[in-house]
Design a binder for this molecule. Structure first.
Ligand code: ZN
Length: 249
């Protein structure tokens, strides 16, 4: 008996020593950043019922699909694309790929674009992207999350945060390996985009997006798995999402 117990404990220790779990989502509260004009999360009902010896509480809420850390279904920018409830489960368990663009963003400024060259350089360092990969691009914007003006980098009505170039979006779609793209900004298109071309290209190719991903630390460029768990709003164009990275040390 003791022997079996020792084996079980040893295995648990081994698992926790070799895997690191990371939560890549921001919490939803009254400071959560939403796209301008969208409804932030608020409770429409809050009740506590007191009964003999116990009580229970419940709330109801209202929230826009595209705010906080969220998932864009292809349907968001492609009328015959998958809605949130249609995205196959196999696409929600993915291989992680990480690309750090923070230095580039510091060098190139507020309207930095991810370029094809950045993706090619990633492949030079790591080999081809794996099947069923989700590419997380860190521009270094998560550190501004607590300040909406800084995070959106507003200039009047226009936002200025980095994003994907049209060519990079097309390269990603053509790879047929990458099934989703995540960014630490409110949109995969740059803040000053008006044609949302990266959204359109990825949606037409059945890729999903993860926006406002919490990327305060670096991940390895490869060698981690992702669990992407949007709220299953069957007809949704998007939904709040939990994203977990499982890093193999
Ligand atoms: Zn969105």
């Amino acid at each position: 008996m003791f022997f079996y117990l020792a084996i079980i404990i040893l295995n648990i220790c081994r698992l926790s020593a070799s895997k690191e779990l990371l939560d890549l989502g921001w919490g939803f509260d009254n400071r959560t950043i939403f796209w301008p004009g969208q409804t932030p999360l608020y409770f429409t009902k809050e009740e506590t019922v007191y009964l003999k010896g116990f009580s229970y509480s419940f709330k109801e809420f209202c929230v826009a699909e595209h705010g906080g850390t969220h998932f864009d279904a292809p349907y968001h920018f492609h009328q015959s694309g998958w809605k949130v409830g249609d995205v196959p489960l196999s696409r929600l368990f993915a291989k992680g790929a990480f690309l750090n663009m923070e230095e580039e963003h510091l060098k190139m400024g507020r309207d930095t674009r991810l370029k094809v060259k950045d993706l090619e350089n990633w492949e030079t360092r790591n080999g081809k992207f794996s099947e069923n990969s989700v590419l997380l691009v860190k521009f270094g914007r998560s550190k501004f999350w607590q300040n909406r003006t800084l995070y959106l980098d507003l200039e009047g009505e226009t936002m200025h945060f980095p994003g994907l170039s049209k060519e990079a979006a097309q390269w990603i779609a053509n790879s047929k390996k990458i099934i989703g793209v995540g960014v630490d900004t409110p949109s995969i298109d740059p803040g000053n985009s008006t044609d949302y071309i990266a959204h359109r290209i990825l949606a037409e190719n059945s890729l999903y997006n993860l926006e406002n991903v919490k990327l305060l630390t670096d991940l390895p460029e490869t060698g981690f798995d992702l669990v992407v768990a949007p709220m299953k709003i069957e007809e949704g164009t998007g939904a709040a999402v939990r994203i977990f990275a499982i890093v193999n040390n």
